[in-house]
Design a protein around this ligand. Structure first.
Ligand code: ADP
Ligand code: MG
Length: 697
């Protein structure tokens, strides 16, 4: 491989490139915009645009695009070339400041949840100068925010930036009270660990379900799944290794800190983790990483599956959102340091997170809600649908001691009594590294583990930033008025922890007893996407988002509608695909195979009177019965789908898909899988689980 430091960021118009290519004054003005969020002067923008264009053209670009994240879950781009005609019929390559700052894609075809009627097609994209421009596929990509003509937000980036602003403002207020006059901004950081499957491309193409829905809708279990646990951290196959190497290189060129790669639990499953960075960059980078994962897989004759549950019976894929808060002076506010017991600032930030997770359980659950992820949450492979927090015995011990008013001394024997072991530095992982918790403290950050693999991480981070901002704001309000600050802080930490410790659970989240226990604690258990999303527009949530200027009422309702609508659409596509596969492929294949059996039976019978055709007759009978049952279940699914036309209410419709359509699909699938098990592999119209999961050598 070529020189990595040189390669790193070579396709990014980053700090280094800006410094090299921009006049000093322009560079300074741009930096100021990036730092303080001031609007960019058009003259400065013109110079920046021109420098960007020159750099892009030197690197082989002919086009530019505003790159944005609409509510579809994927990124969007509309490419324009740099060419401008001259009078003499020749062209020059041009790119103006106006084109850099603002774009006008047709907004009518992006989901807007009714905010913007389709006739008002205008939408604007505006450059987010805090995320560098980069080159992808011969185009200069400008990371942008996307809003409607009337200023309503139509994307995932704008509210994320707003939430980062909100938590920064409130955290700085709290820091000032502790005498910190240095910090001017507080930054949330994120490192998303990304899981994915790699399978053979030809096999992927051969299956309609994978092609249309990203997951298998039928498929009997392979004789070998993940039970031997021999894949996790196992030796990486040559083909996969070549892919990972290529992927790392492409990501590094884009300035993405791809760091760790390994095999995951299920066969054909892998993981990539980057080094953490500022939340909006981490989000852009994760979107790009997912795109590159898919693209590079194709280059290697493979398909990368990002669906949360491509295969039944083996683990699905998730994403771990590692999240923390730091000051612009580089201090991690969630770092317990050597003596957390006496660090009231740390404890206050910690209880702010505890209170936030308790009061806004629903928002965290919603941020991980999707049709795909419904297969995982609560299915003994991912955290349950119940949100709780893991602090580890050390930190819980610190808080318990604090609340009971014991004079905790990390060097005294007391630590043995309370089970607290805060030694030289706080240990990164306490003895019982809890993999089952949806929201775990891991040393100096929280790891939110509910997310699905295909999700855009902006939503969970909007929730996290905003809800913690709210708690910090309440704390600041109270403490700013306090006469004795030190006493007030101690009292506040104690009270907050006592009122919200029901959300802390250090036990096994996969255990069935936890469901009952959580219920008795009054915690929410929102099992499906429609059940979770229903809470999005609860009054307390609307108040929260409005107070911190994240969403207006209209924007919040739009998001609620988009999530529900999207859920219904996905289940609808899956059901239609299932019906198509059943009628066009499976039922005819079974008929054909039964006929072969019957023909064989007649041939056998013709041989001699002693030879029976019991085997063929039995099998043909069994398959015929199953086929009839299957066909009836598919018909039932079909007629259930027709009824959706009569449901106009968005929420009612989503619930109907969850409660009626989805179970009907499961019922049909069971029969198909049984037929697959009884049939000649060659007679079955699709590649088997075994073939697919072990397709990459
Ligand atoms: P593991 O989950 O296996 O313990 P690591 O401790 O290496 O893995 O971290 C997992 C992810 O957490 C990585 O992406 C890492 O960059 C990220 N991370 C580490 N520190 C922070 C932080 N302060 N803020 C956000 N993410 C962080
Ligand atoms: Mg992890």
């Amino acid at each position: 491989m070529s020189n990595v430091p040189e390669l790193f960021g070579s396709l990014v118009f980053d700090e280094k490139t800006m410094k090299e290519r921009l006049p000093k004054q322009t560079y300074k003005a741009l930096k100021k915009t990036i730092k303080d969020g001031q609007p960019l002067d058009i003259n400065v923008a013109n110079i920046v645009a021109n420098a960007m264009k020159d750099w892009a053209v030197e690197n082989g670009c002919t086009h530019y695009t505003h790159w944005f994240q609409p509510m579809t879950g994927v990124t969007a781009e509309k490419h324009d070339s740099f060419i401008n005609p001259n009078d003499d019929g020749t062209v020059i390559m041009e790119f103006s400041g106006k084109e850099l700052i603002k774009g006008e894609p047709d907004a009518s075809s992006f989901p807007s949840g009714g905010i913007r009627a389709t006739f008002e097609a205008r939408g604007y994209t505006t450059w987010d100068p805090t995320s560098y421009a980069f080159i992808k596929d011969g185009s200069l990509c400008i990371p942008t925010a996307f809003c409607s003509y009337t200023g309503d937000v139509l994307d995932k980036k704008t509210p994320l930036l707003r939430s980062m602003e909100a938590i920064s403002n409130e955290a700085v207020r709290v820091l000032r009270l502790f005498g910190d006059e240095e910090t001017t901004r507080v930054i949330t950081t994120v490192g998303p660990e990304q899981e994915y499957f790699l399978i053979d491309k030809a096999m992927f193409d051969s299956r309609k379900d994978l092609t249309y829905t990203g997951r298998t809708l039928f498929g009997a279990r392979a004789p070998k799944g993940q039970e031997l646990e021999d894949h996790y951290f196992g030796k990486i196959k040559d083909k996969v290794s070549a892919y990972m190497k290529d992927l790392d290189e492409e990501l590094w060129k884009l300035g993405i800190y791809a760091k760790t790669k390994h095999n995951e639990v299920a066969p054909a499953q892998h993981e990539l983790a980057p080094i953490f960075t500022t939340t909006n960059l981490a989000t852009d980078h994760n979107q790009l990483t997912m795109e590159m994962m898919k693209r590079i897989a194709n280059r290697h004759g493979m398909e990368c599956l990002l669906h949360e549950k491509p295969f039944a019976g083996v683990n699905g894929s998730g994403k771990h959102n590692n999240w923390s808060i730091s000051t612009n002076t580089g201090k991690n506010l969630l770092n317990p340091g050597k003596d957390p017991f006496n660090d009231h600032q740390f404890l206050l930030f910690l209880v702010a997170v505890i209170k936030a997770v308790d009061e806004y359980q629903d928002l965290l659950r919603i941020s991980a809600a999707s049709a795909g992820n419904d297969h995982r949450l609560g299915a003994n492979e991912a955290p349950p649908a119940i949100v709780s927090m893991f602090l580890g015995t050390d930190l819980e011990g610190v808080l318990e001691a604090f609340v009971t008013g014991k004079d905790y001394n990390s060097n005294s024997d007391e630590k043995l009594e309370t089970g607290v072991e805060v030694l030289a530095d706080f240990k990164k992982d306490t003895t019982d590294r809890n993999r089952t918790s949806p929201f775990a403290f891991t040393g100096n950050k929280f790891e939110f583990r509910m997310l699905g693999s295909s999700e855009n991480i902006s939503c969970p981070n909007i929730m996290l930033n905003t809800m913690v901002a709210e708690e910090l704001s309440q704390f600041a309000d109270e403490l700013e008025k306090a006469e004795d600050f030190d006493a007030a802080v101690v009292e506040l930490i104690k009270r907050t922890y006592t009122e919200h410790k029901r959300i802390v659970f250090n036990g096994n989240n996969y255990a069935p007893e936890w469901i009952t226990e959580a219920e008795s604690r009054g915690l929410l258990n929102l099992r499906t996407t429609p059940a979770a999303v229903a809470h999005y527009i609860d009054e307390k949530n609307e108040t929260l988002f409005k107070k911190h200027k994240i969403f207006t009422t209209a924007e919040l309702h739009a998001r609620y509608e988009i999530l529900l609508e999207n859920y219904s659409k996905i289940i609808n596509i899956e059901a239609l695909t299932m019906i198509d596969m059943a009628k066009k492929d499976i039922i005819p294949a079974v008929s054909k195979f039964v006929k072969e059996l019957v023909d064989t039976a007649s041939a056998k019978k013709a041989l001699s009177a002693d030879i029976t055709a019991e085997l063929e007759v039995d099998l043909a009978t069994k398959l015929s019965k199953l086929q009839l049952c299957f066909s009836k279940r598919i018909d039932k699914l079909d007629s259930l789908l027709i009824k959706t036309c009569d449901i106009n209410d968005i929420k009612e419709l989503a619930n109907y898909y969850a409660d009626e359509i989805f179970p009907a699909m499961q019922e049909a699938r069971v029969v198909a899988d049984e037929m697959e098990m009884s049939m000649d592999a060659k007679a079955w119209p699709y590649a088997s689980y075994g073939q697919i999961l072990y397709s990459v050598k």
